[in-house]
Design a protein around this ligand. Structure first.
Ligand code: GLA
Length: 395
């Protein structure tokens, strides 16, 4: 068990425990867990194309207050979302009900394939992560619950088992065709580092982010989208189609990441125009992500930031997942002196923009971006600085 390193987090979890008591009568025997969200800085929409990605866990996430109970029943409630699930552990619903509880239910069903718990559970979910904002609230919940179940039921599973349960819950149960990035990012986050995850073979590495020189800010457009609502799955299908059409010209390629930029350039006219744009984004983003990693390793922050901004241009023009609200945030951030790069983070269609800036550029930055956004959309976005944090833990 980890002692709370961050007093603010310990404080927030203590308040969450009180909410558990208010909801379930008392808080005797409750265990508290934290599971982070993530920002992705490079490798946009590459995970389901077998490419590399560079996310970081943040100091915001899901709080779980969890209590084993003698009765063989499960009760999920939340301080941030309406709707609950109360069911018999031996007779759980087998189909999603289009509400947030589908995510933890999917995880639970997967964990129960290898667990024979003697007791049921009460779980109160909560936290300080905006939901559906591209900061991976769903993977945060799913990995967090799997992690907590491992400990509470004494299963001794690994992080890989938690990732498996989270992926199964989202893909097989909820039906989002997401890639592997988010649960890996949540599970393997390390403070002060970006995760390097190669989604072709799931190999990982940690690349230091020089926190003494730069900051990560996140600007939330306030526009929410549901991942399961089709546009994301449509991008996954388009990339798969583009790969099938290019495959005959790329010997040995197993995924779109393996197709070279030359092959895309030479054979693009065999693809419908939309698929050409999708393929061009993927192959250029693969090259940018490797370049960004190398730049970060040699301390070239300008170059790293330039690739972050180039990723946004490609997401806007070629992958077509940006919206005016995100573009205004990116443009406003990029014009601020000392900003190294800015881009949408997560799937797009709404949510947040991640900004990498020099430490000394902090003063006045939030106000500038908020004003620029307000001038156009007549409402204030939230702009905050996030600290990179560790993976899931018990507090
Ligand atoms: C969502 C998905 C991820 C990834 C990103 C885009 O967050 O869940 O798997 O595809 O979009 O990079």
């Amino acid at each position: 068990m980890e002692s709370p390193s961050d007093p603010a987090l310990a404080h927030a979890l203590a308040a969450h425990k009180e909410q558990f008591a208010a909801r379930f009568g008392d808080a005797r025997g409750v265990r508290l867990f934290f599971s982070p969200g993530r920002v992705n800085l490079m490798g946009a929409h590459l995970d389901y194309n077998g490419g590399p990605v560079m996310p970081a866990t943040i100091d915001r996430g899901t709080f779980l207050a969890l209590r084993p109970r003698a009765a063989r029943s499960v009760h999920f409630a939340s301080t941030v979302e309406p709707g609950e699930l109360a069911a018999d552990l031996d007779d759980l619903p087998r189909t999603p009900r289009a509400q947030w509880t589908d995510y933890p239910l999917g995880v639970l069903l997967r964990v129960l394939e290898r667990a024979r718990p003697e007791h049921g559970l009460q779980v109160l979910f909560g936290g300080n992560l905006p939901i559906g904002a591209g900061l991976s609230s769903s993977a945060s919940i799913c990995v967090g619950l799997a992690f907590a179940l491992e400990r509470v039921w004494g299963l001794e599973g690994s992080l890989a088992d938690c990732i498996d349960a989270a992926l199964w819950g989202e893909r097989e149960f909820v039906g989002v065709r997401c890639g592997i990035m988010d649960p890996y990012a949540v599970a393997h986050g390390r403070a002060g580092h970006l995760l390097w995850l190669d989604c072709k073979d799931a190999s990982i590495d940690h690349v230091p982010l020089p926190a003494e020189r730069l900051l990560v800010a996140v600007a939330d457009s306030g526009v929410r989208r549901g991942l399961a609502q089709g546009a994301f799955n449509q991008r996954v299908s388009e990339c798969a189609q583009a790969f099938e059409l290019l495959r005959p010209f790329a010997a040995g390629a197993e995924c779109l990441r393996d197709v070279s930029r030359e092959v895309v350039r030479e054979h693009a006219d065999r693809l419908p125009e939309t698929l050409q744009r999708r393929a061009r984004h993927v192959v250029s983003e693969v090259a940018r992500t490797f370049d960004a990693r190398d730049a970060l390793r040699r301390g070239d922050l300008e170059r790293f930031g330039a690739q972050v901004s180039a990723a946004h241009a490609s997401l806007r023009e070629l992958f077509e997942v940006s919206i005016p609200e995100l573009d205004v945030l990116v443009d406003a951030a990029q014009e601020w002196p000392g900003v190294l790069g800015a881009r949408l983070t997560g799937a797009g269609f709404g949510g947040c923009v991640a900004v990498v800036l020099r430490r000394e550029a902090r003063e006045g930055f939030q106000e500038h971006v908020e004003r620029a956004f307000q001038a156009r959309f007549r409402r204030r976005p939230t702009v905050e600085f996030f600290v990179t944090g560790g993976g899931p833990r018990e507090l």
